[in-house]
Design a protein around this ligand. Structure first.
Ligand code: PLP
Length: 443
């Protein structure tokens, strides 16, 4: 199936002269056949500059849980833009949004707003260190907590290193090696390993930070093992270590109260971004009062010119209203649609000779290709034997058929996706798999 990307191709070449790699986030570079350029979006659909229309399961990599260009949200943003933009002071909007979050999220007694997930994690780590006077952070392989120097360690580990201690790899060149000394990285979903580490170094550990579902690292979407999060909570309680849930992926998608509500495990500090704001750039750090009150004047600092930007607060309030109203009907619909998608993709995976695997959590599905049928519980296992060329061909084949997923095989679902979109996408997925089977036979 051929598709024309000529206009995108020309813009990409032009962009590459003035923008490194032609993209403003390295995550956008890994696109087939090259980064594309887009011109408009509505509901579940986006159009690229060549006029190709796609059912969009990328959704800005998660934020657009209410779809593109939701009229109520755009209206709320526009009204606040007209009313006033920057005050370098407070608006009632931030109270309204903070009250909504504290009503919805079990672990949110107080809230502070910032602009990106990476920033929210930065605040959370600072709070934990300020509260404990300790410096070391325990994190887990394959969990992404943003790109800042002090946490972008230990995402990956060479397969041959000890599972318990991990070998800290920096995510990027240019990170100060000294930061690694404050990070301890472990395989996830292994409470015994965590206990061994905590019990040996408790007096140095400022926090345990985890995604409650290993959602967003390439090829994963792995749920916590039964009882795992509760054991992490119990260990943190026992050793008096703050527990941070990074809910930047799961927040308001897995459950309107976050994954913490779904699993019944309440962290001390939580970070949100993405689906909190919908189409606006907004993040939040929230948590139990004793931690959050550290920011109420005094020596623990959190500042930012752009924090709590009123038009974005107005958009986020409407976004959360849409998700929460009618007893959460919109989120229930998302979960139903993503379950239909998962079931249909699983049927396709079962019926093909390709090593296709399907995983999901509420509101998002992951498709991948691996040379083993075992079910991964942690990132090392998920990464092992991944068939990257097949995954890249799958991404390109779906895109050529008008279905847009992330290059890592992740499908986010929004309130705008309806049954016809899911049905069409599954037809195209079946056709893409048939094409990949043929291509493999020819090799
Ligand atoms: C779990 C998690 N934490 C933190 C981040 C960083 O957020 P941002 O890209 O807004 O800085 C991300 C981004 O994908 C994420 O998925």
């Amino acid at each position: 199936m051929s598709i024309n990307y000529a206009a995108s191709d020309a813009l990409y070449k032009r962009a590459s002269h003035v923008i490194p790699g032609g993209v403003s986030s390295n995550n956008r570079a890994n696109w087939q056949p090259h980064p594309l350029f887009y011109q408009k979006a509505q509901g579940a659909y986006v159009w690229d500059v060549d006029g190709n229309k796609y059912i969009d399961y990328v959704l800005g990599r998660g934020p657009l849980i209410t779809g593109h260009s939701h009229p109520r949200i755009l209206d709320a943003i526009a009204r606040q833009y007209q009313a006033g933009q920057f005050f370098a002071g407070q608006t009632e909007l931030e109270i309204v949004l903070a009250e909504k979050i504290t009503n919805l999220v079990p672990g949110a007694e107080m809230v502070r707003f910032c602009n990106s997930g990476s920033e929210a994690v930065h605040v959370a780590l600072r709070l934990a260190r300020s509260a404990t006077g300790r410096e070391k952070i325990i994190r887990f392989e394959g969990h992404y907590h943003g790109w800042f120097d002090n946490i972008a360690w230990g995402f990956n580990a060479p397969d041959d290193t000890d599972r318990d201690t991990g070998a800290l790899m920096a995510m990027s060149r240019g990170q100060p090696v000294g930061d690694a000394g404050n990070i301890l990285s472990l395989c996830w979903n292994d409470a015994d390993a965590l206990e061994r580490l905590i019990s040996s170094q408790a007096q140095d550990i400022a926090a345990v930070v985890t995604e409650p579902i290993m959602f967003n690292s390439f090829w994963s979407n792995i749920p916590p093992a039964t009882g795992y999060l509760a054991r992490v909570r119990a260990l943190c309680d026992h050793y008096r270590i703050p527990l941070i849930f990074d809910e930047i992926q799961t927040g308001f998608r897995t459950d309107i109260g976050g994954a913490q509500a779904r699993y019944g495990v309440t962290p001390d500090i939580t970070t949100f971004a993405k689906a909190l704001g919908g189409p606006v750039c907004l993040a939040a750090v929230c948590g139990k009062e004793p931690y959050m009150r550290l920011l109420a004047g005094g020596p623990t600092l959190h500042t930012g010119t752009y924090n709590a930007f009123p038009p974005f607060l107005a958009g986020a309030i409407t976004n959360l209203d849409i998700l929460a109203e009618n007893s959460g009907a919109a989120l229930a619909k998302i979960h139903l649609m993503s379950e239909s998608l998962r079931a249909g993709l699983q049927d396709i995976a079962t019926g093909t000779t390709l090593p296709m695997q399907v995983r999901s959590s509420p509101g998002a599905v992951t498709t991948t290709f691996r040379a083993t049928s075992s079910v991964a519980r942690d990132y090392r296992a998920a990464r092992r034997e991944i068939n990257q060329p097949l995954l890249a061909m799958w991404h390109a084949a779906l895109q050529a058929r008008g279905v847009r997923i992330t290059p890592e095989g992740l499908w986010y679902v929004s309130t705008a996706h309806g049954v016809p979109d899911i049905d069409y996408s599954l037809e195209q997925a079946a056709a893409a798999v048939a094409m990949l089977e043929q291509a493999r036979r020819r090799l």
